[in-house]
Design a protein around this ligand. Structure first.
Ligand code: MN
Length: 195
């Protein structure tokens, strides 16, 4: 876990994104997840899971789906500080990730099999290393079991797949996350133009 990459990429005198406030990893009773809709050079969704006080992060170009048939590509990116979970705003032109960030969904999540937060945290880090996370999301939009699975190949890869498990929250209808973006969304209002 390191925020070096996060800090190196950003100029905090220009971007309103949160600077890390170094603090000891605190194991809380709940773990946070957040999905930010990010209109940068390309619209994508940033999927973030709290682990050991930082947010493990994946960029999901097509956005998440509640249909178990969909395997949504999720590119693992640098860890983000915990405070990023409540960030929404405009990253000025010329800066890393320039564009608009808004919160699309937020809530808590659990390890699928381990409910004790401390044990879950440790297992999640192991699962992350092994390239296979099985979690339960408790968000406004996303609920139930999901898997994040690292793609296998000869070369090292940052490519994972985000897949909904079949459960009471799954749908067999086609799912487009854009349909669940409120009409008063900042990005929709700005006409999806490049900033
Ligand atoms: Mn992003």
């Amino acid at each position: 876990m390191s925020l070096v990459s996060y800090k190196t990429k950003r100029n905090f005198s220009e971007t309103p994104e949160p600077v890390d406030h170094p603090k000891k990893a605190v194991v809380k009773k709940t773990l946070m997840f957040v999905i930010q809709r990010h209109q940068a050079s390309h619209l994508h969704y940033d999927f973030r899971l709290e682990m050991e006080g930082v947010l493990k992060s994946w960029a999901v170009p097509k956005g998440p789906s509640l249909n178990p048939k969909d395997k949504r590509l999720a590119m693992m990116v640098e860890d983000h500080p915990y405070d990023y979970g409540s960030f929404a705003g405009e990253i000025p032109k010329g800066n890393y990730g320039a564009g608009i960030v808004e919160i699309w969904d937020k809530g808590t999540y659990e390890h699928m099999d381990i409910k004790d937060p401390e044990k879950a945290n440790k297992q999640l880090l192991k699962d992350l290393k092994n390239g296979s996370l099985k979690i339960v999301l408790k968000g406004e939009k996303l609920k139930g079991e999901f898997a994040l699975v690292k793609m296998k190949g000869d070369k090292p890869t940052n490519s994972w797949l985000l897949i909904k498990h079949q459960d009471e929250y799954a749908t067999n209808e086609s799912y487009n996350s854009e349909d669940y973006t409120p009409a008063d969304s900042t990005i929709v209002k700005k006409g999806k133009k490049k900033v």
